[in-house]
Every structure is written in structure tokens, then in C-alpha cells.
Design a protein around this ligand. Structure first.
Ligand code: SAM
Ligand code: SF4
Length: 474
């Protein structure tokens, strides 16, 4: 068998021997300055890198070249994404699960964790609590369980979420992170109006994957690995990938991630919309120290930088699995979305039920700040927090989004949208100190909008928002 990026078979597009070969090559050339400099030169064109080139940068052991890698990542981040950071929160619907994932406390054999599934009324309360924080974008999470959370339950929950408009609040984009499923069910999710379909591969190493997933439907490596293909066949053109760092050798999984992205590009003409970079966390029943592949903060930073360089137009997401300090260290290296004020319990947002939700968490958070504290921190560190959901609502998804991103036109749209959604947040939800700082940042940043007509229009809309109107977008 050979590496075939456009094949529909998992073991052709995630090609084990080629990954081993690339690891070998990268390690052998970790000090090969001309080779690494050549790749850096190509990377500076912002057209991305293939898996072998990307890994050469990750493997580089020359200190000054590593600094160049970080600088290039920062430059690409700034040029393509500006200083905008999009905010979201996870919403856990149910923690019933029939799989056996050894790293997750929701696994079916764990008798220690309280099991819970939200009713539609409870979802309503959760969503109101999230809207009252200021969230506009959610990532839905469930365990896999055909009895407790079949597709109809997920679809009904999405409808419920979109239907709730509390005060000035509304959830304008629901991304979905549920188990691998069929083309038919992906089509139903698309019709329900989801944004991105997110599924983490966990690890691309087949043997380790099988050992880590000893039970349930998720134990089928090919079915899981080919899920994004089925999602795209079902019409979902924004997919979000990720591996759970700590489960397996990070070099192997980094290359797997690159091959997966290259595969989607080769087969469907559009790469992943986002890549997440989760690291394993402690949880009920889970001690991360028993996983011997944990990666250091240094390696984590390098991975983020190399993903940014290799996949310049793919958004990158960091969750509250990481501390404020780590999040700060990687923001400018390539992150475009962060979660804030998150809970990983089932029913943890609505204040009067928080006690009931205790113990049902998926993992411990490293960043427990409120959303307002996260917004203040972003503003203070010279970022522009954004609640924008405009692209997906205007049908700018998949290759249409990528075309705009690649020509740089997207920035013209993103900046005003970021400022307007930030203004909504400041008016409706911010603490006085966040409001004061945010207002200043908006006034200062409006002048950076290069198109005079768009600048004028945005200034007007900002005033209209301050006067009480909502939901303007380009
Ligand atoms: N059940 C679905 C699945 O497994 O694909 C959907 C989402 S699951 C609730 C979300 C993700 O949490 C998993 O894909 C896994 O990578 C991550 N996760 C599980 N256990 C974790 C832990 N102990 N620390 C950090 N992340 C974890
Ligand atoms: Fe279930 Fe997902 Fe947790 Fe695995 S990672 S046990 S599938 S919830």
C-alpha cells in the first residue's frame, strides 16, 4: 500500500509507513539548515505546507531557526486573522456513553460518575444562562448513546437552542461535537443549521487507537477516521478536526493531522475549517499521569506554531483545558477561537441547578475565569474579542469561505463584524471596567478599517447598536 491522499480509505490517506518515514526524515534533518530554511521560505508564501515539510519545521532543533518559525507563525496569524479572537462555549447535553474511551470519564464502564441528560426545558435554562453571559456561539457535546442521545434528540435540542431569544440574547451558531455517524445523519445535522461539525480523531495511530477504544462503536478506527468524508458527503462543508495530545506520540499525530487535512483538500477541494489542540486533563476516573505521551508546554507551543504555518487558513481553537498562562502563550502563535466561562458538566450553567450538575464534568478546567474576565484579558492584551457568526449565516462556508480567506478579502468583513458584535457584548453584558476598555478599543480600531465606505457604515452601525439596535453584519 502507498500513501494516497485522495483515497476514501482511512489507511490510504493516513498512511502508517509514510508517517514513520516522515518522522525518520524530520529527525534526521533536525539540524539541516538549508533544508529547513527552504521550507520556511515556501511557508512565507502563505500557501501552506505538505505533511513532510510541516514536520520538518516541528522537528527543527536549531534555536535561531525555531525563533524564525515562531515569528513566521505570528506574522501569518496577524496578517490573516488580525487581532480578532472569536469566543464560544461548550454545552454538554448528555454524558451517557456506550464507548470505552480509556481517557474519558464518560466511558460506559465508569460507575462513579452521575449520568445526566438535559430535557428540552433544562436546555432552555442552560441557553438562557449562556445568553446572559453574552455567548452567541456554542459547541454541543454529547456522549454516544443511541438510547439516551439519538440523532432526533440532538436535532430537537438544536431547534430548541436556536428558538430561544432571551432579552437581547440569541445563539447564532451551533457547532456540534458528537460521535461519528452516517451520511444520512450528517445531512440531518446540516439541515438543522449547524455550523461546524467537530470530531476529534484522538490519535491517528491505528493500534493505539484500538487499545484506547476497547469497546463500542468508536472502536472502529476506519469508521471514525472516515467520518469527515461522510460529513462532507452529507453536505457539511465546515469540519473541525483535532487530536487529543497526550494519548500517543505527538509527532505521529501531528503528521496524521496534516495528512487528514491534505486528504480533505485532495478529495473535496476544501481543508478543515478549524483544528483544535486539546491536551488530556485529569477527570473523575482519569489520571493524566498514567498517559506517558504527555507533551510539555514548549512542544505544545511549537505544535500550534507549525499548524498555523502549515494550514494558514484553518482556524485554530483552544479550550479552557489550558490555563490563562498557556492560552496567552499561544494566542499570537495562531489561535483564532477560545472558549470562555465554560462548564464541562451536564447542566452546569443555570445557576439554580449547578449543584445538581456537580460531579458530571468531563474533565477539570485549567481556566475558570468568567466570560467577562476572559474578554477583559483579551482587550488588555491587545486583542479584539469577537462574537461574530456572520459567515455561516451568510452562506460563506466551505470553499466559498476559503476563497475569501485566501484572497485576504475576509479581513475586510471580519474586522467590522468583530467590532459590532463586541459592541453588542459591551452594551448588554459587560462589567463597567470591560465596557470602558472595550469602548476605547472599538473607537481606536474603527480607524483601521481601510475601505472608507465600510468604515463609515460600521461607525454608523456601532452608534445604532449603542442606541439599542442589534444584529448588523457584513
Ligand atoms: N463523544 C463524542 C466523541 O468522543 O467524539 C463527542 C465529544 S467528547 C464529549 C469531546 C472530546 O473530549 C473528545 O473527543 C476527547 O478528545 C475529549 N476528552 C475526553 N476525555 C478528556 C480528558 N480527560 N481530558 C481532555 N479532553 C478529553
Ligand atoms: Fe464517550 Fe466521547 Fe467520552 Fe469517548 S470521548 S467516552 S465517546 S463521551
Amino acid at each position: 500500500m502507498t500513501y494516497k491522499p485522495s483515497s476514501a480509505q482511512a489507511e490510504d490517506f493516513i498512511h502508517h509507513e509514510s508517517i514513520l518515514d516522515i518522522i525518520d526524515y524530520g529527525r534526521k534533518h533536525a539540524h539541516n539548515r538549508p533544508l529547513i530554511e527552504g521550507v520556511l521560505k515556501k511557508a512565507a508564501l502563505e500557501k501552506g505546507l505538505d505533511p513532510r515539510e510541516a514536520f520538518l519545521l516541528l522537528a527543527c532543533q536549531e534555536e535561531d531557526l525555531n525563533q524564525k518559525i515562531y515569528q513566521l507563525a505570528r506574522d501569518i496569524k496577524l496578517k490573516i486573522y488580525g487581532r480578532r479572537i472569536v469566543l464560544f462555549a461548550p454545552l454538554y447535553l448528555s454524558n451517557y456513553c456506550i464507548n470505552g474511551c480509556v481517557y474519558c470519564p464518560f466511558h460506559g464502564q465508569n460507575k462513579d460518575i452521575p449520568r445526566k441528560k438535559l430535557s428540552q426545558e433544562e436546555i432552555r435554562q442552560e441557553v438562557i444562562a449562556l445568553q446572559d453571559m453574552g455567548h452567541k456561539r456554542l459547541a454541543l457535546e454529547t456522549g454516544e448513546d443511541p438510547l439516551h442521545s439519538p440523532i432526533d434528540y440532538v436535532l430537537e435540542s438544536i431547534d430548541t437552542i436556536y428558538s430561544i431569544h432571551h432579552k437581547n440574547g440569541d445563539i447564532r451558531r451551533v457547532n456540534v461535537n458528537i460521535a461519528a455517524t452516517s451520511v444520512e445523519e450528517y445531512r440531518m445535522l446540516k439541515e438543522a443549521g449547524i455550523g461546524t461539525y467537530i470530531l476529534f480523531q484522538e490519535t491517528y495511530h491505528k493500534d493505539n487507537y484500538e487499545a484506547l477504544h476497547p469497546k463500542g462503536p468508536k472502536s472502529d478506527y476506519a469508521y471514525h477516521t472516515e467520518a469527515m468524508d461522510r460529513a462532507m458527503e452529507g453536505g457539511i462543508d465546515d469540519v473541525g478536526m483535532g487530536v487529543l495530545f497526550g494519548l500517543n506520540n505527538f509527532e505521529y499525530d501531528f503528521i496524521g493531522l496534516m495528512m487528514h487535512a491534505a486528504h480533505l483538500e485532495a478529495r473535496f477541494g476544501v481543508g478543515p475549517h478549524t483544528v483544535s489542540v486539546p491536551r488530556i486533563r485529569s477527570a473523575n476516573d482519569i489520571d493524566p499521569d498514567t498517559f506517558e505521551n504527555a507533551i510539555s508546554d514548549e512542544v505544545f507551543k511549537k505544535i500550534v506554531a507549525c499548524i498555523r504555518i502549515a494550514l494558514p487558513y484553518t482556524g485554530m481553537i483552544i479550550s479552557t483545558r489550558e490555563s490563562q498562562e498557556t492560552r496567552q502563550a499561544v494566542l499570537d502563535l495562531g489561535i483564532s477561537q477560545v472558549s470562555g466561562g465554560s462548564k464541562t458538566s451536564v447542566g452546569g450553567y443555570a445557576l439554580d441547578r449547578q449543584e445538581e450538575a456537580l460531579g458530571s464534568e468531563q474533565f477539570d478546567l485549567a481556566d475558570n475565569r468568567t466570560l467577562d474576565e476572559v474578554i477583559y484579558w483579551l482587550l488588555e492584551t491587545d486583542h479584539i474579542p469577537s462574537f461574530c457568526t456572520a459567515c455561516y449565516r451568510a452562506g460563506r462556508t466551505g470553499d466559498r469561505f476559503m476563497a475569501l480567506a485566501k484572497t485576504g478579502e475576509i479581513g475586510q468583513i471580519c474586522q467590522p463584524n468583530a467590532l459590532m458584535t463586541l459592541q453588542e457584548y459591551l452594551c448588554d453584558y459587560a462589567s463597567p471596567r470591560t465596557r470602558a476598555l472595550g469602548d476605547k478599543v472599538i473607537q481606536r480600531t474603527l480607524g483601521d478599517i481601510s475601505d472608507p465606505l465600510i468604515q463609515k457604515k460600521t461607525r454608523q452601525w456601532i452608534q445604532d447598536i449603542q442606541a439599542g439596535q442589534r444584529d448588523f453584519r457584513l
